[in-house]
Design a protein around this ligand. Structure first.
Ligand code: NDP
Length: 331
């Protein structure tokens, strides 16, 4: 099996030299194990955090060992009850072409007509569940409210905007990092207004896009975006703190938000969450999202990079905004 390993830990932005490709021999299947040919690999922002040697909610990647992450593939060989050759499975042994391990780590999923298997890494998987949980369980979105989401053209953000609309938000505003992405937000994902944060003045652009203020902020970005949201909040506003990608590659401590006093004067609630602690919401999410997809109420984009040898490129490109919707690697 060919796998990508962590060769060294990055300082600031990761570089290709932080990774290396290794060919390893897989042992014969032990009882209860399966061998899977991966078809799509996920690259995600949280992986940047795991490249650092710091304790977090997920342990760091070990130096010299294979990276891991979400993947979907097809069973080649099974020595386990309940899984057979040809079954499609979702699992965490990504960053490699062939995955092997105890069957408990592999979840069998259905092949849906017209839906690529990569959907299980995005719109039917972890990133869309994150949008669902953050909006409904953390920020407690109510009908008629104005929602702002940053990173809005990404895997999580593009789902936040659509779920907000389908759950009755009054106005949905998004920000993203290019004119093309901003256009997609309003034209394809149904956002009411959108702006390009790279044009500057996030606070002013948000105020113009949400003249009545905001009630819910779904934060994928942190920093200046969170500061702008704090300024735009109506009384009783809630923020789901999902990520802070503007700071993941920083070498200096982050500046701001400088207006945290708004939490007090406007009775705001800012709550962080990691989706892994909300797995109990997966069945309700999957049922509803499956229906929405089938009815055409939710649309999704993927940026697909071909070849295991381009996995690192895909990861680095995603961190810099090269993706629209979910970034996946096709093997
Ligand atoms: P995306 O698909 O959104 O890809 C990352 C995007 O981040 C890029 O496309 C880029 O878009 C944007 N970005 C990069 N740098 C900056 C910056 N300096 N300022 C603003 N935007 C930037 O990734 P995901 O949807 O997978 O993840 C989105 C966020 O959600 C991340 O912060 C991630 O860590 C978090 N997350 C949290 C989870 C949880 O359980 N709490 C679970 C899953 C994800 P652009 O072109 O617009 O700049």
């Amino acid at each position: 099996s060919t796998q990508i390993q962590l060769a060294s830990r990055p300082a600031g932005w990761p570089v290709p030299e932080n990774f290396r490709t290794a060919v390893v021999e897989l042992p014969p299947l032990a009882p209860g194990e399966v061998r899977v040919a991966n078809e799509f690999l996920s690259v995600d922002p949280y992986m940047r955090g795991r490249m650092n040697d710091v304790k977090s909610y997920v342990p760091p990647y070990a130096l010299g060992e294979a990276m891991t992450g979400g993947a979907v593939g097809r069973v080649l060989e099974s020595a386990a009850d309940g899984l057979a050759a040809g079954d499609v499975v979702v699992h965490q042994l990504g960053w490699r072409d062939i995955a092997q391990g105890p069957a408990a780590g592999f979840r069998k999923v259905a092949e849906l007509p017209g839906v690529p298997l990569s959907a299980y890494l995005g719109v039917l998987g972890m990133t869309a569940l994150t949008a669902w949980v953050g909006l409904l369980e953390i920020a407690h979105l109510k009908k008629g409210e104005t929602v702002f989401v940053s990173g809005a053209a990404g895997a999580v953000g593009s789902m936040v905007g659509q779920i907000a609309r389908l759950k009755g938000a009054g106005r949905v505003v998004g920000s993203a990092g290019s004119a093309e992405k901003v256009q997609l937000l309003t034209d394809k994902y149904g956002f009411d207004a959108a702006f390009n944060y790279k044009d500057g003045d996030v606070k002013g652009q948000l105020a113009a896009a949400a003249p009545g203020g905001i009630d819910v902020y779904f934060d994928n970005v942190g920093g200046e975006h969170l500061e702008a949201a704090l300024a735009a909040f109506n009384r009783g506003g809630r923020a789901a703190l999902c990520g802070a990608i503007s700071q993941y590659n920083a070498t200096e401590p982050a500046a701001g938000p400088r207006n945290m006093a708004n939490l007090i004067t406007r009775s705001l609630t800012l709550q962080g969450f990691t989706v892994g602690n909300y797995a109990q919401h997966f069945p309700a999410f999957a049922t509803q999202m499956g229906d929405w997809l089938a009815a055409g109420d939710v649309v999704f984009d993927e940026t697909v990079v071909d070849g295991l040898d381009h996995t690192v490129d895909a990861f680095l490109s995603m961190l810099a905004g090269g993706n629209t919707g979910k970034m996946v690697v096709r093997l």
